[in-house]
Each structure stands twice: as structure tokens, then as C-alpha cells.
Design a protein around this ligand. Structure first.
Ligand code: FES
Length: 495
């Protein structure tokens, strides 16, 4: 297959892609957000074509005209790569986007780094503090994955004697990502801020994770961790100490704290919710008075774990499925042969199969076959569907119990934001149809990597915001609710 080079400006990145690769498939890896999910209505994915050719379809031209954009511009969500091109990423030239509105910051001096340290992936950005512009981005798979995909296996590996090795490799990996960015931009760093879940924070900071391994699964070491470059064995200079932001609770980390800041839910009168569908699924509901949050066991299925042909949203993954004339039509990331299915398409598959009456209300395959063919050789088994039911019930039950804790109805939630790696591809109507989120689709918005957005915002705010949120936030143990089991089983059904 023909290959093309995409050069990204101002990131200084080059990528080799297959002919006809949709830009959304490659740009989301660099933290580019697609707020309207590629409907062509928000215009926020616009890119300026600096070199090469990028065809404009009639549909796209209509959207560009509606948005008042001239001939240099393209909507990344509508464009496919057909030649070598150089693109300027508009999102990275503007103010930080949060909650569809711009976050107004007080310009600072110099440069800083924001890092989202996820269980599966790490994203780091070099930020110009005078403009909030993203100068460079580095992403990588967390090298700790060789110790296990989820948090439980990472904790287990620590207990079995690998804790210091896991600390060493994660510090080295992030140090390397920052070094690579500094090679492209020879600047002096003022600050490095990291966010991540509690386990990631403790391992990075060389702290004991064993309290999280046994009942009551509670760590008292949740505060901000302050480190030096010498301790971290980082060879570049940073003027201030390195900060890993505090966790809210034992399984709700600073990535969620950052998500709260990114959505601004702590400032609003109305109730707002945030669901992070990362490796572990965290849920927050709150307003300016009160915030409740919980972690659920929902995440791994959406990252492909426990799904027989599941994979992350990378090249070869079916990222979405549509129904046309009773048939399934797959979109594959990188425009290549389907190798597996990622979380967003898993949601699509279940919603569509249920509509086609191929699945019953208990999730059973109506034909009695052990699996259903989705595309190419990719199949969905009965076991996969049951895994999905467990995950969707965990989210639905979590939302229900948190709302109950706040003494509100779910319908009182005015907006719900979905964060998480595959958020760009998620079909909100399908999410609602599966019963995972029992709200009107109009209230649900995708927000991409809220942890990274929040980490950037931390670079421009003082710690009082964080103290305020931590004071308001309560961690809820969902399983301690006496009706949890009943609610959970109920939410597994497809009604
Ligand atoms: S126009 Fe909204 S994501 Fe492309």
C-alpha cells in the first residue's frame, strides 16, 4: 500500500501513514481533541495545510463555508491523507480548551511540562507559559505494562519485589520523553507537573502501594509528591521542584482531580458528571457545593482487556461500526485490515446487534452460536458480550449510586463529560442505547484527555483551587451501598 509522510507543526513530528488514512486516526494519538466527535459542527479540529494536497469533499466544503474558513483550512475529522503533507495544528496554537469554552489564563514566563501518566499510556507536552501553546508532544505506552495491564497486577508486581524496578523504568521513560522534547526546543524548564491514578503516583514517587492490596484498600499517602531531578535521575534542569498532584482517594487519582478542573464542574451551580473510561473507570458527579466520586471495575473492557479480539485504539483496531442494510460496516484505524476491536466499536457492536435482534435482553446471542462475525476475521464472542455487560453495569450502577448519595435523580445532571483514550470515536447514541449512561444523548459530551487538559491548567493556577476541590470531594465506596448488588445485576440487562 502507498505510504505518505505527515509533518505536524509546531510539534516537529513526522508520521508515516497508509494512503487514505483518516487524519482523526493519527492525530488523536497526539492529544488532538475532536469535541463534536467529527460531526463537522465545532470546527475545533481544523488544521492549516502548509504543504502538499489534502482533498476537500463537497460535504467538507459545506462545513468549511459554514465555519467561515478559507482555502488553507481543512477539518481533520473529514480529511484523509493522499499525499505527503505538512499541517499546522490549530488547537495547539490557541488557549487551552476546556468545556467547549476557552480557559483564560494569566500568561507566565518560560516553559513547562505537563504529563498524564496513565496505566496504559503516557502523554507529555511542552508548554510555552506565555501563550499556553503546545510546543511539542511525546506519547508512549507505559513500560510498566510488562508487569501487567491493570492496576491490580501492577500492585501485585510491586508486592512480589518489582516495585523499585517499576519506579526506575517509569522515571526513566518520562525523563526520556522530556529529553526528546528539549532536543527539539532548547529551552529552560520552569516546572514539571504530573497527574495520574493513585497507583501510578505512588510507584513514580517510590512509595508503598501495599495498603492498596488488602482490605480496606486504603492508602493514607494521597498527598502531593514533590521531587527533584536528582532523585529522579533526570539530566535536564528544572527551576522548580517536580510535582505529582494529589489523589482524591485510594483509587481516584490526580488524573480525575485534573478532569474536575478541566470540566469546571467544581465551579457550576448545576450538577455535572465526568466519566473517565480509561484502564479503570472513574465517575464524578458534583457542583460548586459538593463532589462525589468513585472508581469502578469498568475500564479494562473498554481498553480491549478481557475481550477475545480486543485491542487499544491503535492501527488495525476497528474503531467504529455502523449498520447499513442490516449489515455491519467497520471503520479500521489506519485504513488497514482489521486485527481486533477497541472499546468504542465494542459499544457500537452491542448497540447495533441488540437493535438487529441478534442479542437478547440478557446479552445472549439469539442464534445460539458461540460468536458473531463483525468484520474480516474479527469476531465477538458470548464471553465478550458478557464482559461488556459487566463493564456497562459498573458504570450505570456507579452513576446511580453516586446520584443517590447526592440525593438527586440522574435527570438532575445537566451535562456529562466522557473522558478517555477512545473518547474521540465513541458514539454517544450507542452508549445510551446500551444503557451504560441513562441520560439524554444531548447532555453527553466527549472531552478527550481531561487529565492532560487539567494538568496543563495546573501550570497556570495556584494550589488553592486544588485544596478547595479536595475539601469538597468525597470518595464513595459503591460496594458498601446495601443495594449495590441488586442495582448492578439490574444494570446488566439490555432493556
Ligand atoms: S468539526 Fe468537530 S471534530 Fe471536526
Amino acid at each position: 500500500m502507498k505510504k505518505h509522510i505527515i509533518s505536524l507543526h509546531p510539534l516537529g513530528k513526522e508520521l508515516k501513514v497508509n494512503d487514505q488514512t483518516p487524519l482523526i486516526d493519527v492525530l488523536h494519538e497526539f492529544g488532538v481533541e475532536f469535541p463534536c466527535g467529527g460531526k463537522g459542527t465545532c470546527g475545533k479540529c481544523r488544521v492549516r495545510l502548509l504543504n502538499g494536497e489534502l482533498n476537500v469533499t463537497k460535504d467538507q466544503q459545506k462545513k468549511l463555508d459554514q465555519l467561515g474558513l478559507d482555502s488553507d483550512w481543512r477539518l481533520a475529522c473529514y480529511s484523509k491523507c493522499t499525499s505527503d503533507i505538512t499541517l499546522e495544528i490549530e488547537q495547539f496554537k490557541h488557549l487551552i480548551l476546556a468545556d467547549e469554552t476557552e480557559f483564560f489564563f494569566v500568561p507566565g514566563k518560560g516553559f513547562a511540562i505537563a504529563v498524564d501518566l496513565g496505566t496504559t499510556t503516557i502523554v507529555a507536552q511542552l508548554i510555552d507559559l506565555s501563550t499556553a501553546q503546545v510546543m511539542a508532544v511525546e506519547t508512549m505506552v507505559n513500560p510498566q505494562v510488562r508487569f501487567g495491564a491493570d492496576l491490580i497486577s501492577r500492585i501485585q508486581a510491586c508486592l512480589e519485589g518489582s516495585a523499585s524496578e517499576m519506579t526506575r523504568i517509569i522515571r526513566a521513560a518520562i525523563g526520556m520523553m522530556i529529553t526528546l522534547m528539549l532536543k527539539k526546543h532548547d529551552v529552560e524548564l520552569e516546572e514539571v507537573i504530573l497527574v495520574g491514578n493513585t497507583v501510578m503516583q505512588l510507584i513514580f514517587s517510590n512509595c508503598d502501594v501495599s495498603p492498596l492490596a488488602a482490605y480496606p484498600f486504603h492508602s493514607t499517602n494521597l498527598g502531593m509528591k514533590i521531587l527533584t531531578t536528582t532523585e529522579l535521575n533526570w539530566k535536564f534542569k528544572v527551576n522548580k521542584r517536580i510535582k505529582f498532584y494529589p489523589s482524591i482517594g485510594s483509587f481516584v487519582g490526580s488524573d480525575i482531580l485534573a478532569g474536575i478542573v478541566a470540566t469546571g464542574l467544581h465551579l457550576k451551580e448545576e450538577y455535572t458528571a465526568l466519566i473517565d473510561l480509561g484502564t479503570n473507570g472513574e465517575i464524578v458527579i458534583g457542583n460548586k457545593q459538593r463532589i462525589v466520586c468513585a472508581s469502578t471495575a469498568a475500564g479494562p473492557a473498554f481498553e480491549g482487556a478481557n475481550i477475545s479480539m480486543g485491542m487499544r485504539a491503535v492501527t488495525g483496531a476497528i474503531s467504529s461500526l455502523k449498520q447499513a442494510d442490516g449489515q455491519l460496516k467497520a471503520n479500521v484505524i489506519g485504513n488497514t485490515i482489521a486485527k481486533g476491536i477497541c472499546g468504542s466499536a465494542l459499544i457500537d457492536a452491542v448497540a447495533i446487534l441488540r437493535k438487529l435482534d441478534q442479542l437478547g435482553m440478557f446479552g445472549e446471542i439469539n442464534s445460539g452460536e458461540p460468536d458473531i462475525l463483525l468484520s474480516g476475521k474479527v469476531r465477538l464472542t458470548q464471553q465478550d458480550i458478557n464482559e461488556f455487560q459487566l463493564a456497562k453495569a459498573a458504570i450505570a450502577a456507579g452513576l446511580f449510586i453516586l446520584a443517590k448519595d447526592l440525593e438527586i435523580e440522574l435527570s438532575h445532571i445537566s451535562e456529562l463529560y466522557i473522558a478517555g483514550g477512545f473518547g474521540n470515536y465513541i458514539n454517544i447514541d450507542h452508549v445510551v442505547e446500551t444503557g451504560m449512561i441513562e441520560l439524554s444523548p444531548k447532555k453527553i459530551h466527549k472531552m478527550g484527555n481531561t487529565a492532560l487538559i487539567g494538568a496543563k491548567m495546573f501550570l497556570f493556577s495556584d494550589l488553592s483551587t486544588i485544596d478547595e476541590i479536595l475539601k469538597k470531594a468525597t470518595l464513595v465506596n459503591l460496594e458498601a451501598d446495601r443495594s449495590f448488588q441488586d442495582i448492578y445485576v439490574d444494570k446488566m440487562l439490555f432493556l
